[in-house]
Design a protein around this ligand. Structure first.
Ligand code: ADP
Length: 576
């Protein structure tokens, strides 16, 4: 039965019961009223006529006779009891006789007797009818009580059953929906009958079944996707390691297992921190994860690994995986991926290039030295005097030879830097001496551009622990750059200052300056500020940085476009 029918029936039944109770009560009242009406009309009036006749018969005057006649006529129209008709006929007969003989006391007596009989009959009837009315009232009370009890029982049954009939399925359904929300897709509801709840249960079960199917098919898809990604990672030639937020290994491909010397099936789920205790490579790989370093910093230096009977080079990239969980606004770290890019092939090519440059520049040195020697001989007047034009040509060849020597020198230094073979021999060195030598080396170049070099330096400066040859090379290069990138007739300021335990050498020019976006790049190998007109290799500053840092010093630049640049070299002072 549908809920609507149930409600209709329930409310309709209550309505019918109220109606029934009303009808029973109305009928009972009507019966009681009929009884009293009956007494009033049928008997009370007869008593009234009889009382009138008795009072008028006391004095038999023509006037009273008329009144008695009227009352007898009324009485004749109001005969209701058995025997009343006979008594009334007797009354009529005696009254007719009395009209002709008004003095007959016998007739008056007979009339009185007839009237008393009528009174008696009606009094008995009143008593009987009054009893009947009482019985009718009692019956009505009983009837109303029975019907009211019946109505109460039905209404009570409805009160108990109807709300729970509707509320219970809703409660059950709510619980089942909660189960579905908790991902228990096997939940079903069963409601008896074909009510709306039955249909609702059917729809709910269909929905739950479809969700269950969807969930299991999704799981299968996810498993396939997982397998696909795992296969993909395993087939990668570069080692890959996945870690969760607690640094437990989530996945690791065969390449990574091979180079780390691990056993695959034992590694998944293990703590990388524990593995790192006995595995140098894992220790190296997870070192920067705790610091949450950016990937750029992390893979700056290639890692050299000996695996497969050969040396391999890897560039490390660490990705920190952050997600924003559904419904939340804050990002959450869920793990890390370590990628090792195999750069051995590039490294080998790079090495071949470095070796080639080293060999070529080394081989160039001897012929260049021979050219220089020949030039010196040519300039020697004892061999023969040169005319003006020849002298100019010799001067040109000398300049080009020096430039060539500078370039081969820089290339050779670079090969040292690239192969990591910088030999540093540090001794206590006076910074002023090194600076003076560098000034001397650039003197002619400065004179050519009419550039004045101003030096400011305290005499009693402490010495520094440095490789004087390499520092000289660096300062020569810095002063040479300052001259090259300055305008003619300008000034270059050189200074050596002490700040606490540090000695700082500054080379300041008033040249074109370096655009801010390139200031971080000028120390990179082969980098030259775009559109630089002067000749150069872009190696001088890169070599300078390597040379200074190899000695434990620091080098940096401050520059403003259009105003000039200042290069700083800093060493730790030797405190006596
Ligand atoms: P290069 O042989 O090109 O001078 P460097 O490594 O010495 O190579 O310098 C790299 C680049 O930095 C130069 O090409 C030039 O653009 C810029 N640079 C170096 N020193 C100065 C300076 N004093 N003023 C302006 N630019 C400079």
């Amino acid at each position: 039965m549908t809920i609507k029918t149930k409600l209709n029936l329930g409310v309709g039944l209550l309505f019918a019961l109220i109606l029934l109770l009303g009808i029973v009560a109305a009928r009972s009242v009507k019966d009681i009223k009929a009884n009293t009406d009956n007494i009033l009309v049928a008997n009370y009036n007869s008593l009234e006529y009889a009382k009138n006749i008795l009072s008028f018969i006391e004095d038999v005057s023509p006037k009273n006779l008329d009144k008695i006649a009227v009352n007898i006529t009324h009485q004749e129209d109001n005969i209701t009891e058995i025997g009343e008709n006979e008594a009334t006929q007797d009354l009529r007969a005696d009254f007719n006789a009395l009209k002709t003989n008004t003095k007959d006391t016998q007739l008056v007596k007979s009339i009185r007797n007839s009237v008393f009989k009528i009174i008696d009959l009606n009094m008995q009837a009143i008593q009987r009818k009054s009893k009947l009315a009482t019985t009718t009232a009692d019956n009505a009370v009983i009837m109303i009580a029975i019907v009211a009890t019946f109505c109460f029982l039905i209404a009570f049954t409805l009160l108990i059953n109807l709300p729970s009939n509707i509320a219970n399925p809703i409660k059950e359904l709510t619980q089942s929906i909660q189960e579905i929300a908790d991902k228990n897709y096997s939940e079903r509801v069963y409601f008896e009958g074909s009510s709306e709840f039955g249909q609702l249960a059917q729809s709910f079960n269909t929905m739950a079944r479809k969700l269950e199917e969807y969930n299991s098919s999704n799981l299968a898809t996810l498993m396939i996707e997982k397998k696909r990604v795992e296969t993909l990672i395993n087939n990668m030639h570069d080692p890959v390691i996945g870690l969760d937020e607690n640094l437990h290994i989530v996945f690791i491909n065969e390449e990574a297992v091979k180079i780390a010397g691990l056993t695959d099936n034992k590694v998944i789920g293990q703590s990388a921190k524990l593995l790192a205790l006995n595995n140098d490579l894992i220790r190296l790989l997870i070192k920067d994860i705790a610091l949450l370093e950016t990937p750029k910093q992390a893979h700056a230096k290639p890692i050299k690994i000996f695996a497969d009977n050969k040396e391999s080079y890897f560039e490390k990239e660490t990705l920190h995986i952050n997600i924003t969980p559904t419904g939340e606004s804050k990002q959450k770290l869920i793990g890390h991926v370590i990628l090792l890019r195999n750069i051995t092939a590039y490294k080998e090519l790079d090495l071949a290039k470095t070796n080639f440059i080293a060999t070529v520049s080394h081989e160039f040195k001897t012929p260049i030295a021979a050219i220089k020697m020949s030039l010196q001989l040519l300039e020697n007047k004892q061999i023969g005097a040169l005319n003006e034009e020849q002298l100019n040509l010799v001067e040109g060849i000398k300049e080009d030879t020096n430039r060539l020597l500078k370039i081969t020198g820089e290339l050779l230094n670079m090969t040292q830097v690239e192969s990591g073979n910088i030999q540093v021999s540090k001794f206590p060195t006076a910074p002023k001496e090194v600076l003076d030598y560098a000034i001397q080396a650039n003197k002619i170049q400065a004179e050519q551009k009419q550039i004045r070099i101003e030096v400011s330096c305290r005499e009693d400066l402490p010495k520094v622990q440095a490789d004087s040859e390499k520092t000289m090379w660096v300062l020569t290069n810095l002063i040479s750059n300052a001259i090259r990138y300055s305008y003619d007739n300008s000034v270059i300021y050189l200074s050596i200052t002490q700040s606490e335990q540090k000695i700082i050498i500054a080379v300041k020019d008033t040249g074109q300056g370096i655009p801010p976006q390139y200031q971080g790049k000028i120390f990179d190998r082969y980098f030259r500020v775009p559109n630089t007109k002067k000749e150069g290799t872009g190696l001088g500053l890169a070599i300078s940085k390597e040379f200074i840092e190899a000695q434990g010093g620091k080098i940096w630049v401050e520059s403003e476009l259009g105003t000039g640049s200042t290069f700083y070299v800093m060493f730790e002072a030797i405190v006596s």
